[in-house]
Design a protein around this ligand. Structure first.
Ligand SMILES: Nc1ncnc2c1ncn2[C@@H]1O[C@H](COP(=O)(O)OP(=O)(O)OP(=O)(O)O)[C@@H](O)[C@H]1O
Ligand SMILES: [Zn+2]
Length: 771
């Protein structure tokens, strides 16, 4: 977990507004001072405000524009800052202002609308503006380096090559074609471009080079190798898709938010593609935000083969250089489509014309440290600022988004049927109490599996727990393997012969004897995917089985290989964790078995039911996506559970209606708004004590109108994690603006509280979970 508010170095004048002239000025109340011009600069520092500086000596004011990076003196050194505004007076005395050292970018890195969005995000999520800005740019640009200009090796015709009579090369057609191509491009062509046009021309290049007719040059790299093959045509849209596309197209050029509420396999992605095509045709860029791009290589491929223009992919698993290149392509307007995970919503996109958020219900759209933003909510805000439509798509919309749709804030577009004539899967609940289970599978599920395998169909088995066994315990003395740093049990990973903590990453060798009583009778209790795989191989010996979880796909390329094998029909049973639920399109799968969800049915978080319902529907949605119908079997020991019953009888929308009614009664989101203050410290009492003092400050601010509720502090559900003791304080309010006003004042008060050594705290506005 990253620090939310790392302690400011002493010389920043954080706690002490009397700066000594060697430090930048914090916006503390001081007399107004008129000077030549004052630059308001955001710096990545744990303080909420911008800093005032005088313009640099050598750069004329006319060259300065908001969004440029500046090198500024800061503390005893210098830092990169971003110019936010040029104003005519500072709230600090002129003789205390220091001068900007250098202007780093000729052109602003971030445009006015980008700055507006980021400033809004900083205010809304109660983070320093500097943190928001620097979260939006590639890591290397935090250093005082110039914008990288990307070059690639290329060739150019020389002066003699340009005037040569091409007939001289009549007997060397390849050389002739090459020279001809280069003469048509005065700056030259990159080797890649030449290969794309003429195929392998290495010997022709050598020949022309030796005659002095062409020469090597470094060229600015083309935006992206544009696909050589024309984009593939898509299927003809069905009526509901057509209606959805038209509704959004009608909003092009203005803000409009839409919920695309389409059952699994209804063709939502096809709707996105048509919208992207048409927005690109208007000369604009499209942004598509997805929860986890690494898990769905297929989706990226689909966009690539269907769209004509260059695509910039943005996600954290990319190597730094590639990420930077793609970011610049987005920022310079060179990429038509920006496809990325949540942080893509912060990237500069000058010709933005459409935003799509796919799987808008997914928790991984929420950033969990630093600027704790919701990629979905920022996407809506961004569309508002950019004046373009935003489409939030899901088969299982979040209750927040459904609520907004009901209130008429979002247009609701429905796709009620599966595309291409596929039927929805039938879901049945299987009571496994008193059932003889083998490999955790009930006899009924095993029979279904045999039948499907015999018919040549594919099966998915969902078990949301990785590793071999979640518990290693001693039969003699009752010892249980627990993490020394967390309030959690260790999971046995048999293939590695190690016990792992899934919360902090600590691990140790699997003990051969009980560490406490030295008995040899250690038992592996429970079942994770690793064990299930082993048992399935025994139970279905002639069958090709593959496993999909974080452990099995750690090696590069392995995920793609597993998914390919399923799609090609080579794998007959695919088992895995919730990675299975992530929007894969496996046309051959006819049976989905959900082995165990009972724990999540009873989890403590108020969103547990919503999350479980979404998971069930998404996993179930992998079945029967083509001609053959799909069947879903859900094993449980709680068949009477109201959530399962309502899902079964009325589907997700029936469940959502009931869940919304419950939220309204309990005054929980979306009927109220939350913020969660978390604190953690090495000493058990510190975090609670700190939040108690924070609460006192909050109570003073809140007054006794009752509009702002402070609940807690309480120890976090997992009190100790990674050796730190954690506590939390919940703030609840029915009105968002009121909560915002409160939080702004409260956060600045809490920042003045003294802290015991090692104490960290953070504020999470609109938290996704209360853990
Ligand atoms: N109009 C159409 N006619 C025929 N096939 C279609 C049509 N639209 C989509 N399909 C096909 O149906 C399948 C499901 O479509 P798509 O992946 O777009 O659905 P989705 O709603 O995004 O799915 P999910 O979110 O459940 O993963 C795909 O194989 C797609 O090619
Ligand atoms: Zn641990």
């Amino acid at each position: 977990m990253a620090d939310a508010y790392p302690v400011a170095p002493k010389n920043l004048g954080n706690d002490n507004p009397e700066t000594d002239g060697s430090t930048p000025i914090v916006n503390a109340p001081q007399p107004d001072t008129a000077v030549e011009a004052v630059l308001r600069v955001a710096v990545e520092a744990p303080l909420a405000d911008t800093f005032d500086y005088l313009p640099p000596i050598d750069a004329p004011l006319a060259r300065l524009r908001p969004g440029q990076r500046l090198l500024v003196p800061f503390g005893r050194g210098s830092r990169v800052g971003i110019l936010m505004a040029i104003v005519d007076r500072s709230t600090h005395p002129a003789d205390k202002l220091r001068r900007v050292e250098r202007v780093l970018d000729a052109e602003p890195l971030l445009d006015e609308p980008d700055l507006k969005l980021l400033a809004w995000a900083a205010t809304y999520y109660q983070q320093p503006i500097g943190e928001a800005l620097f979260a939006a740019i590639p890591a290397r640009l935090r250093d005082p380096e110039p914008l990288p200009v990307e070059t690639a090796p290329g060739l150019q015709a020389t002066a003699s090559g340009r005037v040569l009579d091409l007939e001289t090369l009549a007997r060397a057609p390849k050389q002739r074609a090459l020279l001809d191509a280069l003469r048509s491009e005065p700056e030259g062509l990159t080797l890649d471009e030449l290969t794309a046009r003429l195929g392998d021309s290495r010997s022709a290049i050598r020949a022309l080079r030796s005659k002095g007719w062409i020469t090597d040059v470094q060229l600015a790299r083309a935006a992206d190798s544009v696909a050589e093959t024309p984009p593939l045509a898509g299927p003809e849209l069905h009526a509901e898709q057509e209606a959805a596309v038209e509704a959004v197209q009608a909003a092009f050029g203005t803000f409009g938010a839409f919920l695309l509420d389409g059952v699994t396999g209804s063709g939502k992605t096809e709707v996105y593609i048509r919208l992207i095509e048409s927005v690109i045709a208007q000369g604009r860029q499209a942004l598509v935000v997805v929860p986890e791009i690494g898990l769905t290589p297929q989706l990226r491929e689909r966009f690539r083969t269907r769209l004509p223009g260059p695509i910039a992919v943005l996600h954290s698993a990319l190597k730094a250089g590639e990420r930077e290149r793609n970011w610049l392509r987005a920022a310079r307007g060179e990429a038509d489509l920006i496809l990325g995970t949540r942080s893509a919503v912060l990237a500069p996109i000058p010709r933005l014309g459409l935003i799509v958020v796919d799987e808008e219900h997914d928790d991984s759209l929420k950033q969990q440290d630093g600027l704790r933003y919701s990629g979905r909510d920022l996407a809506v805000r961004r569309a508002q600022l950019a004046g373009c439509p935003v489409v939030l798509g899901s088969a299982t919309p979040s209750l927040e988004t459904l609520h907004n749709a009901r209130l008429g804030r979002y247009g609701r577009l429905r796709l009620t049927e599966r595309a291409g004539g596929a039927r929805p899967p039938t879901i049945s609940i299987l009571d496994i109490r008193n059932q003889p289970l083998r490999a955790g599978l009930s006899p009924v599920l095993r029979e279904h599996m045999q039948a499907e395998l015999a018919a040549g169909n594919q099966i998915l088995l969902f078990l949301n727990r990785r590793g071999y066994a979640p518990v290693l315990s001693c039969h003699a003395c009752g010892w249980v393997g627990e993490c020394p740093h967390c309030d959690a049990r260790l999971t046995l990973h048999l293939s590695e012969r190690r016990l792992w903590c899934h919360h902090c990453g600590w691990s140790c060798l699997q003990p051969g004897r009980c560490p406490k009583c030295k008995s040899l009778e250690l038992r592996m209790l429970g079942r994770g995917t690793e064990r299930l795989e082993e048992e399935l191989i025994e139970l279905f010996p002639e069958t090709r089985i593959a496993r999909l979880d974080r452990d099995s796909t750690r090696r590069r390329g392995e995920l793609g290989r597993v998914l390919d094998a399923v799609r090609k029909g080579e794998t007959q049973i695919l088992l895995g964790t919730q990675m299975l639920a992530k929007g894969h399109d496996f046309p051959g799968v006819t049976l989905v078995g959900i082995l165990e969800l009972d724990q999540s049915l009873y989890a403590g978080d108020f969103r547990a039911a919503e999350r479980t319902a979404q998971l069930i529907v998404q996993v179930a949605g992998r079945a029967g996506r083509a001609e053959r119908p799909g069947r879903v079997v859900l094993q449980t020991r709680h068949p009477e559970h109201p959530l399962l019953q309502s899902l079964l009888r009325e589907g997700y929308s029936g469940f959502a209606d009931a869940a919304l009614r419950e939220r309204a009664e309990a005054e929980l989101p979306p009927y109220s708004h939350l913020a969660l203050a978390r604190a953690e410290a090495p000493d058990p009492e510190d975090a609670l004590a700190f939040l108690r003092r924070a609460r006192e400050l909050g109570e003073r601010l809140a007054g006794d109108s009752g509009a702002i509720l402070l609940l807690g502090p309480i120890p976090a559900p997992m009190e100790r994690r990674a050796g730190r003791h954690r506590a939390q304080l919940l703030i609840q309010c029915a009105e968002r603006p009121r909560l915002q006003r409160f939080l702004t004042r409260w956060v600045s008060d809490v920042r003045t509280l003294s802290r015991r050594k090692g104490l960290r705290w953070s504020l999470d506005v609109d938290p996704r979970d209360l853990l």
